[in-house]
Design a protein around this ligand. Structure first.
Ligand code: SF4
Length: 168
């Protein structure tokens, strides 16, 4: 399956805890003011690659603890990212995903591919970047409206449970 990406960072230390294999997808509709990744907005930009190519690189580095999906807007590439996330899980990696949508918006849309991807995500960093709420003190996100959501606990409890760093 093909996916248009902005790039890959095979040993990221800023997109979640520990060393992470980060995939940045190409294309974002949110238009957040002062976005740090404006080069990822154009849906025709970036590079078209096969998910098998990405999966081939997953887990090669034993120091890498997880997969991070970022962008761009990952939820608009949910079908291909679910394939990659599934492979990451099979290699024992945890999965983080950033999105400019809120979890409530995604659940209301109830898109089948997005829900399949969400079922594979351990931590969802949700909501758009809001420059007026920017904070440098936040771990792994840029503005105070964004949440680090523990998806397993959230699905089990039926209401949003935030990620606790010590659990990882
Ligand atoms: S969702 Fe992310 S990539 Fe898209 S405009 Fe907002 S900050 Fe930029």
């Amino acid at each position: 399956m093909q996916i248009r990406i902005a790039g890959i960072e095979p040993e990221s230390i800023v997109d979640g805890p520990g060393y992470r294999f980060a995939v940045f997808v190409q294309g974002c509709p949110h238009g957040c003011a002062e976005c740090h990744n404006p080069e990822t907005h154009d849906f025709e930009g970036g590079t078209l690659v096969d998910t098998d190519e990405i999966i081939d690189h997953l887990g090669r580095n034993p120091l890498v603890r997880g997969l991070t999906l970022s962008g761009g807007e990952p939820m608009l590439k949910a079908q291909a990212l679910a394939v990659i996330a599934q492979a990451a899980k099979a290699r024992g990696l945890n999965v983080w995903c950033y999105t400019g949508y809120t979890l409530e918006e995604l659940d209301e849309t109830n898109d089948e591919a997005q829900q399949r991807l969400l079922a594979l995500v351990d931590v969802l960093v949700d909501g758009p970047y809001v420059a007026a709420q920017r904070s440098l003190a936040l771990p792994f996100c840029g503005s105070t409206n964004q949440r680090l959501i523990d998806m397993k606990k959230t699905r089990e409890s039926g209401s949003v449970v935030l990620y606790e760093p010590q659990a990882w």
